[in-house]
Every structure is written in structure tokens, then in C-alpha cells.
Design a protein around this ligand. Sequence first.
Ligand SMILES: Cc1cc2nc3c(=O)[nH]c(=O)nc-3n(C[C@H](O)[C@H](O)[C@H](O)COP(=O)(O)OP(=O)(O)OC[C@H]3O[C@@H](n4cnc5c(N)ncnc54)[C@H](O)[C@@H]3O)c2cc1C
Length: 663
Amino acid sequence: MKVSNWNGRPVVENATLTPFERGRATPPNSCPRGNGRSYGDASLQHSIIDCTGNKETLELDGDILSVSAGFTVTDILNFCIPKGFILPVIPGTQHATVGGMIAADVHGKNHESNGALGSWIQSIEIQLGLREPQSTKEGEIITCSTTENEDLFRMTIGGLGLTGIIISAKFKLNPLETTTFEQHVSKFPSLEAMIEALDKSSATHKTGWFDFFQMDQFLLLENSPKEGTNIPSNFQLRKAKIKLPFKSFPFVQPALMKIYNKRYARNLLKPKKEVRIDDVLFPLDSISNWNYLYGSRGFYQLQFSFPKDGIDEKMKAVTLKILESKFIPVLAVVKKHGALKSVGVLSFVQPGFSFAFDFVYKKGLTDFLRELNQEIAEMGGRVYLVKDALLKGAAFEKMYPEAKDFKERLSNYNDGSMQSLLSNRINLTTSMNQRFLIIGANSDIAQACIPHFEKGGAQLILGAHKPNEIQNESHEIIEIDVTKPEDAIQKIESLQFDGVLYAAGSLPKNEEALFGAIADHTMAVNYTGAVRILGAISKKFIDQKKGTIVGISSAGAVRGKTSNIVYGSAKGGFDHFLAGLRQYLHPKGIRVVTIRPGFVATKMTEGLDLSPKLTATPDQVAETIVKHALRGNRNIVYTKPIWRPISWIIRNVPEPIFKRKQL
Ligand SMILES: Cc1cc2nc3c(=O)[nH]c(=O)nc-3n(C[C@H](O)[C@H](O)[C@H](O)COP(=O)(O)OP(=O)(O)OC[C@H]3O[C@@H](n4cnc5c(N)ncnc54)[C@H](O)[C@@H]3O)c2cc1C
């Protein structure tokens, strides 16, 4: 089925949703999902564990709430408010689940006084993200808190669902006296003036709002519980007034929003005596699926924060860049974040202010937002990861210095089976414990790849036709002879891996292969064995909905030549095979990378007269191979860039001329 999160971008076609089941080991390459109220790809993957059905426990003991991860804010508030308690931190949507809120370490409009949600969690029950835990084939369930498994606790709060599946949690609630608030809205002539007032405001719940289309009114909304009022005994949150049946005509258009925002500001400024708690906490939820108003093209939200220091200058730069572009946000909200430090290692909130801007999708927007992300990173800001679909790894690491530490500790809880599109995009899990099978592990290039894979955090299975010649105690070694593909396929069937590097190759003496039986062996190693084995692996990857196939072809594969007639033709066939496979597997989310090394100084090329300028060392080739094997989206990689134009020329010289050359 098609799945996307709240903003409708990106969309995963053909996702599989598996309902969460306590104790079931994590399917490979999957991510947990709550109600999809994040914007972007935090809870997207081809294989998704749907946690919304996990609604076993909702109990109050004194002021401690025990709650299963599938319950939503609505469920909790409707249960607790009539009893005189409230969750101390509530995000701007009542549809977020407990699991989603913990994994995002959400904040509310009262961050200054109450901090982020993590500060109110007593303990979390979590099923680790392991395929096969040490002790049992079942998913391993652990309770963590500040006194028990503290590291897991801090990694899970704001940990984007990467440590495992949150099953339930205990929260300390706050007492609540009333569901009626006093609202005060004031108008300021500039963003700086509004931020200053927001900073000083003593209201319990406060936000700023402004309209990018006018830039002449900046409103501060201050809400505090109204004295002398109480909680109606039958209190329940209001149900949405409007529910859109399908994605409509995209009503959210700049021209319409200009008018709407003007009216909205006028209404806000009308004096009001009191407002209900729903209107304070969830102003957007009165239309239950308001995201449909953006139509099927969807939108992006950018939420980022800056520390208070130098904020005016930084926001001047950001707003100017936006105003000078053709991408004007239709909604702009400001929040203040207080000094209470977040519990989670990767939590978003830091003292200062955050800004959330909604951009209607149109061509060019993603490039613009990526540029903006980069500038925000350079100015010391950070983007809220559950509101992001575009951040690149380097910008993320600049924004979150904790990322390196998080990544290193993550492998204690997740063997690579929990990965979201977000975590792969920002390189949190791309190479984390990826398991690569190297076929042809006896070759010099394969051997040179091993330390680079290790540096990238990957685990390896070494498939070699002479396993006894491999001195390596760190990795599993199996015998794979590509000239016996049936036998190889049988062995591979039971292995678990996420990527394969086909490095087997055989370069015979040219005329021996042309006139002798060795041609069969050359074709088996370089081509037919590869076709059979990689064909079987493709099927495996299709079933697991993920995988990377890397094949070492040759720069010589682009055209038949006199110097290596049989070898060149076999590599040519292999190169074509990889190209076809790439087209076939691309829509299924499986990557195929063709590596075309030029000359490489290996035992295979010993004795050949190779130009040093065109010849790479196995280590140089290995570094390039592993870089593209573990991440990125390149299709054909030349390990020495000079070989790209050379290959182009070789391919395009007219045949009547080419046949006279002795290449
Ligand atoms: C209108 C609106 C207003 C919002 N306002 C705020 C706000 O004021 N403050 C704020 O902080 N956020 C806000 N958000 C964002 C929202 O609160 C978070 O994105 C939250 O994570 C959504 O919860 P969800 O259940 O929909 O999770 P999803 O969007 O499905 O998932 C979010 C993350 O949680 C993980 N996850 C979900 N369930 C589990 C589980 N059981 N175990 C482990 N990991 C899990 C996912 O893998 C993913 O990384 C708002 C969103 C909307 C749509």
C-alpha cells in the first residue's frame, strides 16, 4: 500500500504494514510507526511496524499513568482530565501516539515551564531492534529508566524509533484544575519585538504567529488557566468539526492564504474572555484532516531552532532569504524553549526559539529548503527531525553534534534491522551493521575492501573459492565457487545480508582464452556465474524489500577489443546484466551499482605494461567501491575519473577506424 506522513511527502509505494506483536523479532529493515503525524519520513520504510493497535494498558495510579504505545493524546486526555490530571507536555496535535511522542521527545507551548516530554517519563518498556537477540529468537523486551538501563532510556527518548519498538511507558502527570483558559493576543510591528515579548511573557502556554504575505503584523498568543473555573465532570475533548472525505482541490494557495491569514489575524485580535483547552492546545485539529487542503501535491514543514543569542540577526537572514524566493510559507509559528535540558541524546529542543513554516510544494522547493537547511546549520541552528524530509547527512551532523555518539551507541540496541527512510537519509543507520556478502573474497580488490567496510561499520560475510587462504578472524567465511552456481546459491539462501559485492574476476591470457577451453572458465567467473548468483540474490532482496548489489565490471567492458577478447566480452555481458538489473530493481527500492575500474595493479594484472596515470592501487579502488556500496545513489562509478572520458571515446570511435587500432 501507499504510505506517507502528515505532509504527504515523500510517498512509499508498496509499503507493507505489519501490526506490532509483542515478542515477535523485528523484520529486517523496518521502522515503527504511530499515527503518521510526523512531517517527512521519520516513520516511513518499505516495511513498517504499525504500533497503533497496541492499546492494552491505560491506568492511573496516583499521578502515574501507565499507557501502551498505541494510545493517542486524545485517549489519554479524555481519560485523565476528568480525574483532574494532565500530561505535562502535549504537542500541537491530539492524534500523536505515545510511541511517536516518545520517539520524537515532543514539546508543547509550555516548554519554558515543563521542558520536553522526556522529563516526565518514569520508565519505558521497549522491544529492542534486533533480528535475533543473543538469548532467544523472540524480540528482546527491556524496561529502562533513569535508574535502570539508563543509556537505552536516553537513546530511546527522541531516538526516532531506532532503538526498538516502544511497547508502553509510565508518565508522571500534572494536576489540572481547569479546562478553561484566558487568552490574550497582542500585536507587534516586527518579528524582533514579538520574540522579545514572547521571551518575557509569563503565560503558561504561549506562541507567536505571523504572516509572511504581509510582514506587518506579528501576534503573540498568551494562554493561562482561568482562575475560578474548573473541569466539567463529563469533560471530553471536542471532536473535529469537519472531516474532509478525500484530498481536495489544493485550497492552500498563496492568493487564498493571503486573504485567510488576514481574516485569521483579525479574529484572533477580537477580545475573548475565555477559550477551551482544546483551542489552546490543538488549534489546527478542528478540521481533522486539514492536510488534505493542500491537495495531492502535499507540502513541507520546516521547524528549526536557534539559541537566543544573535537570534534577531539570524532570523533576519532566514526571513530575507525566504522573502526573496518564490517560496512563501503559508503558516509561520514561533515557540519559546526554556532552559530545562532534554533527557534524550538526540532530542531536538535546546534553549532558545523555534520556528515552524509550512511551504506548499512546488518545483524547486526541495532545493531551496536544502539550501536553507545548510544555512541554518552554519548559523548554529537545528532542524526538528520529525518535521524533516530533506536534510542531508553533513548538515544533520553539524546541527546535532550528538549524532556521532548516538550512532556509535545505537548498535548496542539495533543490529541494523530498524531503519527508517529518515535514518538512512541522514546516515544514522546507512552503514550501521549493514551486512555485506563479498563474493570473490580471495581477490586483491575484495581484500582491500574489507578494512573500508569495517571502517564504515558494516559486517561482512566473505565468500571465497579458496576459503583456507583467507586469514581473517573477524568475519564469517564461507566457500563460494562461482563456477558452481547451484552450489553457491544453496549456500547463500540461508545467509542474512543487506548487500552483495560481486568481486570475482578472472583475466586469462588473451589468446589462451580465444583458442582454448579456458574461455569457459573466464565466462563462468566473469559473467555466467554472476548472472545466476546475482539473479538469486535479487529475488532475496525483492522479498526483503531492500538491498544493494555492487558489481565490479571493467572500464574495458564498454567495447570489445583485441587485447582481451573473451574477458572483455564476458565483462561486457556482466556490465549489460547489471544495467538491466538496475532498471528492473530500481522501482523495488534495490540499488545496483556498476563499478568500472580502469587498470588496477593486482596479481591479475601482474606483468602487464600499464600506464601509471591510468592505474589505481587496489586500496584506491576499494575505497571508492565501499563508499558507493554503503550509501549514495550513483549507478556507474569509474574508480579513476579519467576513465570516464576514455571509455566514452572508446565507445564512440567509428568501427571502421576502431578495427585498425590495436587496443
Ligand atoms: C498538526 C501537528 C502539530 C504538531 N505539533 C507538534 C508540537 O507542538 N510539538 C512537537 O514536538 N511535535 C508536534 N507535531 C509532531 C508530532 O507530535 C510528532 O511527529 C509525533 O512523533 C507524531 O506521533 P505519531 O504517533 O503520529 O508518530 P509517527 O509520525 O508515526 O512516528 C514518529 C516517530 O516515532 C517513531 N515511533 C512511532 N511509534 C513508535 C513506537 N511504538 N516505538 C518506537 N518508535 C515509534 C517512528 O518510527 C518515527 O520515528 C505536530 C504534528 C502535527 C501533525
